[in-house]
Design a protein around this ligand. Structure first.
Ligand code: 5RP
Length: 234
């Protein structure tokens, strides 16, 4: 997404932010475009308090003087605003391209609502062209990979499972100290079923399928921003 489309989505998201709100603040380049405009509003008097969904977002918010809290101090939030890697018509999402899926899901689940911000290239049907990030405990990695493979096979899914590496060619570590396996399943027609099956694997800490969390998305394109509501599955 060009910088401009991220800014369009970020600016449009401000319409959903009211004075006094407790906000979940997302991670990724689109969320960062939102954080920039949010900081400008805060500087001119908007009163909000935010829970960042990653260390990267926390550092950016602190630099821009956005007041922050934690879920321990403020366990219930009004709204989370976050990006996504893929969005289907029911607003089921693939998230975690930036590695923050666990905190993103905890924060979204602690919020009354989730608003997704993205450009129109993220709208897909079905999900799955973007590799699904699966956060796993480093202990027993091979066994967990085999169980993920088996669970996918039970749902007629297959594809490569790739351990995410960092710039130093070491396993990428999440903010929670876990690894990420990126699963290239190709077509995920039943994200709910896959979500349930993955959650049943002990070594899986969390996965990037977000179902039933977002009620609206702001989708930006060259012609501006539009609101997409979750479609009812036919
Ligand atoms: C981070 C995420 C991001 O929201 C997702 O990767 C989208 O990022 P971007 O806005 O940079 O395309 O899930 O874990």
């Amino acid at each position: 997404m060009s910088k401009n489309l991220k800014q369009i989505a970020g600016i449009a998201a401000l319409d959903f932010v009211d004075d006094g709100m407790k906000l979940g603040i997302g991670t990724g380049s689109t969320a960062e475009a939102f954080i920039e405009v949010l900081a400008e509003k805060v500087a001119t008097g908007l009163s909000i308090i935010g829970v960042p969904t990653s260390e990267r977002t926390r550092i950016m918010c602190e630099k821009l003087s956005i007041p922050l809290t934690t879920l321990d101090e403020t366990p219930h939030l009004d709204l989370t605003i976050d990006g996504a890697d893929e969005i289907n018509p029911q607003l089921a999402l693939i998230k975690g391209g930036g590695g923050a899926l666990l905190r993103e899901k905890i924060v979204a689940a602690a919020s009354d609502d989730m608003l997704v911000i993205a450009d129109d290239s993220k709208l897909v049907d079905p999900l799955g062209a973007y590799p699904l990030p699966i956060e796993v405990n480093p202990f027993g990695l091979l066994a967990t990979r085999q169980l993920i493979d088996r669970c996918a096979g039970n749902l007629d899914l297959s594809g490569t499972l790739k351990l995410r590496m960092d710039a130093a060619e070491q396993p990428y570590l999440t903010d929670g100290g876990h690894y990420i396996v990126d699963a290239s399943f190709g077509r995920i027609v039943d994200p709910e079923a896959l979500a349930v099956a993955l959650n049943a694997i002990p070594g899986v800490v969390e996965h990037g399928l977000f179902t039933g969390l977002a009620s609206r998305a702001i989708i930006s394109s060259e012609s501006g921003a539009r609101i997409v509501e979750a479609a009812v599955r036919p």
